[in-house]
Design a protein around this ligand. Structure first.
Ligand SMILES: [Zn+2]
Ligand SMILES: [Zn+2]
Length: 392
């Protein structure tokens, strides 16, 4: 029996686990009940684990010694009011598993169920580490997210390689998407102020209208990607916050701008930031001023080419080549990138489209096809089994 056959036999158990987690979602760094549920399941399997890693994370180890292969899941939910009318609807007001991290946690526990027997019986040489990380969706006030803190806590020190996966509600169910090299973008945020001088809306010559200055700055910002960036590269700057004024006849003092900067190449990232500064400095040409604060986000996620090919071959053998596709570059970000910077890594996308409705990630109607849970568990377990048996 393959891990996929065995995982399919666990389907009801995995669905029950995922629904329990879905009904009790917890925000970043507050995954207390979730971690308890993870720990209780590991305990029942006779697997040793440590809690309180990187705040609310759980790290478990199966087997002994080298090589040590790591599998990662994230556990946190989002501040969203769930709009789905389902039996497993969120019971925590204003909190929702709207990105599928409940599924990731269930899949990794499923992988633990599949691997624990084989490791106990000594069928696999080496060990498997299970990384249940907190806080993928949000970093603390110091810019630390769950994966970053896990790396800093040394959870990956003895790890030879690491694999993680993400369900994707917009991709065909039970298809796997793999990509070597750059995969998901670096995400930085910015907050800026365009400063003018307030005054009467009827007498602009006596004021310095920051709305007029901001309009020029925004126009310049929107020209950075098409006119300043190398067209063969990838990047985006979106201005998502524009706030100014309270009265129709008052020129305000300042305009607040905010937005996101996405890139893959560190050189492109530096250039986008430098050009953003130039675009804002247009305010100074007219005697105004600006401030700019950059909030460093997750670095770009690049899959190790060898690990990506390892994962592609593994997925093909497990699911059949027709269900394994080349992944597209994603402008979305993922803090697994910190683990991928620390160790050879592969991150997979697992299609999980539930039905004909549009259920995008981070939306109140997000949901997945639960038939992917056994597939996810089998993919994780099989990656570890292959690595440890040298059957790569
Ligand atoms: Zn998300
Ligand atoms: Zn996510």
């Amino acid at each position: 029996m393959t891990y996929l056959d065995r995982a399919l036999a666990l389907k009801d158990k995995l669905i029950a686990l995922r629904r329990d987690l879905h009904a009790h979602p917890e925000l970043a760094f507050q995954e207390v009940r979730t971690a308890q549920r993870v720990a209780a399941t590991l305990h029942d399997l006779g697997i040793e684990y440590e809690t309180g890693v990187a705040t609310t994370g759980v790290v478990a180890r199966l087997g002994e010694g080298a090589p040590c292969f790591a599998l990662r899941a994230d556990m946190d939910a989002l501040p969203i009011v769930e709009a789905n009318d389902v039996a497993y609807k969120s019971q925590n007001a204003g909190v929702m598993h709207a990105c599928g991290h409940d599924a990731h946690t269930a899949c990794l526990l499923g992988a633990a169920m599949l691997l624990s027997e084989d490791l106990k019986q000594g069928k696999l040489k080496g060990s498997v580490k299970l990384l249940f990380q907190p806080a993928e969706e949000n970093a603390d006030g110091l810019g630390n997210s769950g994966a970053k803190l896990m790396v800093e806590a040394g959870a990956l020190n003895d790890v030879a390689a690491v694999v993680g996966l993400h369900v994707v509600s917009t991709l065909p169910s039970n298809e796997v998407f793999v990509r070597a090299g750059p995969f998901m973008a670096a995400a930085d945020a910015f907050k800026a102020e365009i400063i003018g001088r307030g005054g009467h809306g009827a007498y602009p010559q006596e004021a310095l209208d920051p709305v007029w200055l901001a309009a020029q700055a925004i126009n310049a910002i929107h020209g950075i990607v098409p006119r300043r960036m190398d067209p063969t590269q990838h990047g985006v700057i979106s201005v998502c916050v524009v706030q100014a004024g309270v009265a129709e006849n008052v020129i305000p003092e300042l305009v607040r701008l905010g937005g996101t900067i996405r890139s893959f190449d560190p050189k492109v990232r530096r250039q986008l930031i430098a050009d953003l500064e130039k675009a804002l400095s247009i305010a100074r040409v007219w005697g105004g001023d600006y401030t700019l604060r950059l909030l460093d986000g997750y670095p770009a996620l690049a899959n190790d080419p060898q690990m990506a090919e390892f994962a592609r071959g593994m997925a093909r053998d497990l699911l059949g080549a027709a269900r394994v596709k080349e992944a597209e570059l994603q402008m979305g970000a993922e803090d697994f990138s910190y683990m991928a910077q620390a160790k050879p890594a592969a991150f997979l996308h697992l299609g999980a489209k539930k039905d004909a409705a549009s259920r995008p990630h981070h939306s109140p109607v997000f949901d997945i096809d639960e038939a992917v849970l056994p597939t996810g568990a089998a993919l994780l377990a099989e990656a570890a089994r292959r690595y440890l048996t040298g059957n790569a």
